[in-house]
Design a protein around this ligand. Structure first.
Ligand SMILES: Cc1ncc(C[n+]2csc(CCOP(=O)(O)OP(=O)(O)O)c2C)c(N)n1
Ligand SMILES: *[C@@H]1O[C@H](CO)[C@@H](O)[C@H](O)[C@H]1NC(C)=O
Length: 571
């Protein structure tokens, strides 16, 4: 009897694997070790092992963004669990699917309130940390009962997918080997529930507006990808052929090489001409998956009249201010595609991608902010993943014209510096898990790098050959200097020798795979080297730039915010 059924720990990993997840992030601890043993018993499921739990959480986030499957991170109660919290909060606020599994003290210790290491103070509440994460998850469960464990896992995984948010699974150490009765394979509904009546009403309202429109446009924003709508959105814009814009956070969801692709719309922080097309010349705006955070809207300067706006949110659609509830984004877009009558759609000439005006410092031989970002567009190839860290990179890279099938990742809204290095690892793991070719190109500032640099060690450990790390060395926190205190010591950082970095992390040929450039000519030469075109080992390129040089989008957003603050002071 005792041997019947599946050990709970094994069941958990089998279920995780069934979601096309092949890698597990995390850091071991005595409260999760025996759970980790069961990973090896599941075919094609692998332990990554990160340098710390914050990095593990960022890596799980990057894994999800690059693969569509939830990222999984395992920590040990309290000490590891809390370190991961910042990364989980980022996933929550940017709607990324992450499953955080926490190994905890045994059940018996909970009742006796035993003082076991990692607990909080005298007579500890062993579930106190669970309360701390309640604001950054969609659901949680305790696997404290073999009879309900399978159902509980299914329930939280459903919420993870349906809401596209992190969830928590707490596993007490004494439950890991308990047998769970054999059960039929679970059929978890992944899509959010959709009210068919509400959907039909929204579809007819949308179609009649589309057929009447003369100058409609489309905006494709971040939540489209987070809620797994990339493919259906791509098919839709292909059918519509309306001028199509993306946003800083939605970049790369839509193929930028299409003639209808017309650039990045970011309120008043857009290339001249873009705002006019979106806000004034259009008579209908189909806004897919909007995420209206400050740096995704030019500091909240989007201005689209409500009467001409169809906003397709993850769980509802808003049409000229009327809300249609309980409609999943993918369900809505698929139904729209099925019912649309092509011959009734207006034909609209797209402005195409409006070029950037020539910058004042165009003739500089040294690398400038006005020059470098479009170069990454030229450097990328189909299949690559491009990752931007917060800072000047994030405000610059929207200017890159990406080839088809490049995935662009960045954490704009939560904006936790250091995110990008572990997210790069997570994306590389995801590519490998999917047997996909392509380079993973990370652009990170010298300041942000210092927060999570250890994860380069994990990249080396796993033997990734397709990662290119570009470090923007502009002598400290340039974005912060631009906002306040340009010469203040708090915006300086400790000076690192980036040439020694790869070697320190144990990369073979580390020194040979590290280069530094100051001029445009040098940059172009390096990125055309075979090691950069078809890398066979991890590469580091340090790019020196002026301390106070800014991408125009950053300067423009700061100007808007300063003007607003000055106005507020007056009144
Ligand atoms: C975890 C965290 N700490 C602090 C900040 C504030 N912050 C935002 S950007 C930034 C500086 C980034 O500097 P760097 O990576 O060198 O980029 P640069 O602007 O110089 O290109 C800081 C400190 C933050 N966003 N997240
Ligand atoms: C930086 O590291 C490289 C590689 O180890 C070394 O050759 C160089 O001398 C170091 N530079 C400084 C200024 O220490």
């Amino acid at each position: 009897m005792a041997n019947r059924g599946t050990p709970l720990g094994l069941l958990l990993w089998q279920k995780i694997r069934s979601f096309n997840i092949r890698s597990i992030m995390g850091v071991p601890g005595d409260m999760n070790l025996e759970l980790l043993d069961y990973i090896d018993e599941v075919k094609d499921l692998n332990w990554v092992g990160n340098a710390n739990e914050l990095n593990a959480a960022y890596a799980a986030d990057g894994y999800c963004r690059a693969s569509g499957s939830p990222g999984v991170v395992v920590t040990t109660m309290g000490v590891g669990e809390l370190s991961a919290l910042n990364g989980i909060a980022g996933a929550y606020t940017e709607q990324v699917k992450v499953i955080h599994i926490v190994g905890t003290t045994p059940m018996a210790a909970h009742e006796k309130r035993l003082m076991i290491h990692h607990c909080l103070g005298p007579s500890p509440d062993h579930k106190v940390y669970e309360k701390i994460s309640q604001h950054v998850r969609a659901a949680h469960c305790w696997l404290d009962n073999p009879a309900t464990a399978a159902k509980e896992i299914d329930r939280v995984v459903h919420e993870c997918y349906a809401q596209s948010l992190p969830v928590y699974i707490f596993v007490p150490t004494d439950m890991v080997h308990r047998r769970v009765p054999a059960q039929p394979p679970s059929q978890i509904e992944l899509a959010p529930l959709t009210d068919e009546f509400s959907k039909d009403s929204a579809i007819s309202a949308t179609l009649s507006l589309l057929y009447q429109a003369r100058s409609p446009i489309v905006i494709v924003d971040a939540l489209t990808a987070r809620h797994l709508g990339r493919d259906v959105a791509r098919r839709l814009v292909e059918v519509l052929q309306f001028p199509t814009f993306s946003t800083s956070m939605g970049k790369s969801i839509i193929d930028e090489t299409k003639p209808y692709f017309s650039g990045i719309y970011n309120g008043r922080v857009s290339i001249p001409g873009v705002c006019e097309v979106v806000e004034q010349q259009s008579d209908l705006v189909l806004d897919l998956g909007p995420l209206l955070a400050d740096s995704n809207t030019g500091g909240h300067t989007r201005s689209i009249a409500e009467h001409k706006l169809i906003a397709v949110h993850p769980h509802h659609v808003s049409i000229a201010g009327v809300v249609y509830r309980n409609i999943g984004l993918v369900s809505f877009l698929s139904a729209l595609l099925e019912t649309i009558e092509l011959h009734r759609l207006p034909r609209v000439a797209a402005p195409g991608r409006i070029p950037l005006p020539r910058p004042k410092d165009a003739d500089s031989e040294l690398i400038t902010q006005s020059w470098i970002w479009t170069r990454f567009g030229d450097f990328c190839r189909p299949g690559d993943i491009l990752i931007a860290e917060s800072g000047t990179a994030q405000f610059g890279l929207p200017d890159a014209n990406l080839p088809e099938d490049v995935t662009y990742l960045t954490q704009v809204y939560y904006g936790s510096i250091g995110y990008s290095v572990p997210a790069c690892l997570g994306a590389a793991v995801a590519l490998r898990d999917r047997d996909r070719q392509g380079r993973v190109i990370l652009v990170v500032g010298d300041g942000s790098l210092q927060l999570t640099v250890q994860e380069i060690g994990t990249m080396v450990k796993l033997g990734f050959q397709n990662i290119i790390i570009v470090v923007i060395n502009n002598n400290g926190y340039t974005i912060e200097r631009a906002i306040h205190g340009p010469e203040q010591a708090y915006n300086d950082i400790s000076v690192w020798n980036h040439s020694a970095m790869l070697e320190f992390f144990g990369a073979e040929n580390g020194r040979a795979c590290t280069r530094a450039v100051r001029t445009k000519k040098e940059f172009d030469e390096v990125v055309s080297l075979p090691e950069y075109q078809r890398p066979t080992s991890i590469q580091v390129l340090e790019v020196f730039m002026e301390k106070m040089d800014l991408p125009w989008r950053l300067a423009s957003q700061i100007e808007i915010i300063n003007a607003r603050n000055a106005q507020a002071q007056k009144t």
